[in-house]
Design a protein around this ligand. Structure first.
Ligand code: OSB
Ligand code: MG
Length: 374
């Protein structure tokens, strides 16, 4: 692959309804889209940062800086790229900034798949033609509000609900949902809102037949999570604590979790996601694909990675209509009865519509490659 041009876009899309987690409320999603142009084709990647460094330390500004001043120049310095794994290797000298790396690496993966006439799912080694998904539901003021929202998604056919919790909005809310919807799969996501002192909360959740509790303790911890896991029955799933294969290995060896949520951006890209996948498969650790309220571009990447065989639990990649009145891809992502059919069109499998990208672009910059290579 010879890259002629990279285009960075700072995007803003308003969510249909504000999304509340234990670290804040989000109403308009700010993120970046990266386009990699080569020989008449375009690869697309989404940088799943936010405007504020609340989920992790990156923001749209830091990611733009990393991409423009470091990652894109590094890519242009390399004569030729045979395979996207080389991009992951190239970027490994830069510490962290995983979402910035992942956006450019993901665009290269899309381009690579298109140039080889393969779906991204197939290019990654995926084996499924359909994937199971659920919905991630934000914290609600009252149980009635929460039940109404769950009911709406149940009526849309979703069978697995992830419900955000925080101190004071936990056991009663989840118990209410369990009582009203005895048949659905429920998981709780704390986004690091608790400490080991709160073990009784998790013992109470043990009574409610949850698939898992996600990231209950500190975002940078794997020690206390191991202590918590040894005291409760519900499997602990790590999200924020896992940034790499090494993090996954340490957490699994310590017994800090029984399940891992992979977010491509959080772990620095698709190549690292596949490595974590293969490791977890060998250790019997089930995976699922998390979400960052992506636009259609990131959503398509999530669908592709979820086709790998050890993504055995339903992910957070709900259909486009859960988030947006209008997505930037055609067709939009649809889930029927909680199942998404995987596209076999080369690359990410959806058409990215330039006019729709433009509509939600706040700022755009074209960064040309070297005109002639030696
Ligand atoms: O913890 O999984 C999380 C969104 C933003 C930041 C963190 C998380 C989330 C979600 C939303 O749960 C998942 C989605 O619907 O994309
Ligand atoms: Mg989470």
């Amino acid at each position: 692959m010879e890259i002629n041009k990279v285009v960075l876009r700072h995007m803003e899309m308003t969510l249909k309804t504000p999304f509340q987690t234990s670290f804040g409320t989000l109403s308009a999603r700010q993120f970046l889209i990266v386009e990699v142009h080569s020989a008449g084709q375009i690869g697309y990647g989404e940088c799943v940062v936010s405007g504020r460094p609340l989920y992790n330390e990156e923001t749209v500004k830091t990611a733009w800086h990393l991409l423009e001043d470091f990652l894109i120049p590094m890519l242009y310095e390399k004569e030729y790229i045979e395979h996207p794994d080389e991009v992951s290797q190239l970027f490994s000298v830069i510490r962290r900034n995983n979402m910035a790396k992942s956006a450019l690496e993901g665009a290269i993966w899309d381009l690579y798949a298109k140039q080889n006439n393969l779906s991204l799912a197939k290019a990654l080694g995926g084996t499924k033609s359909e994937i199971q998904v659920g919905v991630s539901i934000g914290i609600k003021e009252t149980l009635d509000d929460l039940l109404r929202e769950v009911d709406g998604f149940v009526n849309e056919g979703y069978k697995r609900m992830k419900i955000k919790i925080k101190p004071g909005k936990d056991v009663d809310m989840i118990a209410g949902v369990r009582h009203h919807f005895p048949g659905i799969k429920i998981m709780a996501d704390a986004n690091s809102a608790y400490s080991l002192k709160d073990v009784d909360v998790f013992k109470a959740l043990d009574e409610l037949d949850l698939m898992m509790v996600e990231q209950p303790l500190a975002y940078d911890d794997i020690i206390d999570h191991a202590k918590l896991q040894s005291q409760i029955i519900t499997p602990v799933c790590l999200d924020e604590s896992i940034h790499s294969l090494e993090d996954a290995r340490k957490a699994v060896e310590l017994g800090s979790c029984k399940i891992i949520n992979i977010k491509i951006g959080r772990v620095g890209g698709l190549t690292e996601s596949v490595k974590i996948h293969d490791y977890c498969q060998s250790k019997g650790i089930p995976l699922w694909c998390g979400g960052m309220n992506e636009s259609g571009v990131g959503r398509a990447h999530n669908i592709a990675v979820t086709t790998l065989p050890n993504f055995v639990l339903p992910g957070d990649t709900a259909g486009s209509s859960r988030y947006w009145n209008e997505d930037v891809i055609l067709p939009e992502v649809t889930a029927l009865n909680g199942v998404i059919q995987v596209s076999d069109i080369p690359g990410i499998g959806y058409e990215v519509v330039p006019a729709l990208l433009d509509k939600y672009t706040l700022e755009k910059k074209e960064i040309p490659g070297l005109v002639e290579k030696v």
